[in-house]
Design a protein around this ligand. Structure first.
Ligand SMILES: [Zn+2]
Length: 148
């Protein structure tokens, strides 16, 4: 399978009858999965905690569409972050700037986005949502005037 880079391709995947459809929920699940998998790798030998975590991980994985899980596993196998927050227009995975137009698209809860540089699923950090809402309004007005 080709590595999916475009959010269009991923959006198409999301429509293929999966349990979780909203991109926003998927990034949340991926964040939980990522945290649980990290925790598990740090829990060598400790049995009861491990069993709980393994169970939690399998529940999370069952809710995430297969194609997205495959991408997640591939990223992890390469030692990369599979899901990363975007702050100040910069990807938390590779620390490279994300084009402004792409950052704005991150506000759409139905769209699953991937960083063009590192391939991580990206989401807007919670505190950034507010800043972008504020920044967008005056800019949109200016653009409307320029078109006339
Ligand atoms: Zn990146």
């Amino acid at each position: 399978m080709r590595l999916l880079r475009t959010s269009e391709g991923l959006a198409r995947l999301l429509r293929c009858g999966s349990t979780v459809k909203k991109a926003k929920n998927i990034t949340q699940l991926l964040r939980q999965l990522d945290a649980s998998e990290k925790e598990l790798s740090g829990l060598a030998g400790e049995t009861s905690g491990r069993t709980n975590l393994i169970q939690k991980i399998s529940v999370l994985r069952a809710r995430i569409p297969t194609a997205i899980l495959t991408h997640h596993d591939r990223m992890k196998a390469r030692g990369k972050m599979s899901v990363a927050p975007v702050r100040n227009g910069v990807c938390g995975g590779c620390h490279l700037a994300i084009p402004r137009g792409h950052v704005i698209r991150l506000r759409d809860p139905d769209e699953l986005n991937v960083c063009d540089s590192c391939g991580a699923f990206i989401y807007l950090a919670e505190e950034e949502m507010v800043l972008i809402e504020r920044a967008i309004v005056p800019k949109a007005k200016k653009l409307a005037v320029a078109k006339k």
